[in-house]
Design a protein around this ligand. Structure first.
Ligand code: CA
Ligand code: CA
Length: 146
């Protein structure tokens, strides 16, 4: 099983960054992808830890979304800030997660991530359409730690 930073080659990493940039054109929401080998504790708890660590809880509209993957544990989670969670139905993240899971099972990690990002963007724009002068509040780069 490849580790966090070598699961994606440069081209694939760029594809993910581009998917985030495209999604963020339509919404003021901020999407990030964070990848590590192992999750300390369950993926959801760990995602919350990184959400805070990446300062994703500081967006103006509280509309950051983190897709977190622990690649060697074969687990992942998607979480959003309170601004989103107040507005969306309870199954908002599950729909995206299920779609990504299907791709991951087939070994299509980059495609699965890009699909998840696009779906998150589609849904975010309904509640948080892009406004003029919208800033890129959080980097679109994929972040890693081991
Ligand atoms: Ca933005
Ligand atoms: Ca961004």
């Amino acid at each position: 099983m490849p580790g966090a930073s070598d699961l994606f080659n440069e081209e694939q990493r760029q594809a993910i960054v581009k998917a985030i940039a495209v999604a963020e054109r339509a919404t003021s929401g901020e999407i990030r992808v964070h990848i590590e080998d192992h999750s300390k504790g369950d993926a959801l708890t760990r995602a919350k830890y990184h959400f805070h660590g990446l300062k994703m809880d500081r967006t103006a509209l509280a509309n950051g979304v983190l897709i977190y993957l622990a690649v060697k544990d074969h687990t992942f989670a998607i979480i959003g800030d309170k601004g989103i969670n107040e507005k969306v139905p309870a199954d908002f993240w599950d729909t995206i997660k299920n779609k990504m899971e299907a791709a991951f099972r087939e070994g299509r990690f980059t495609e699965g991530l890009c699909e998840g990002i696009a779906m998150a963007g589609e849904k975010l724009k309904e509640h948080f359409p892009a406004a003029s002068g919208d800033k890129d509040e959080l980097s679109n780069e994929v972040s890693f730690n081991r």
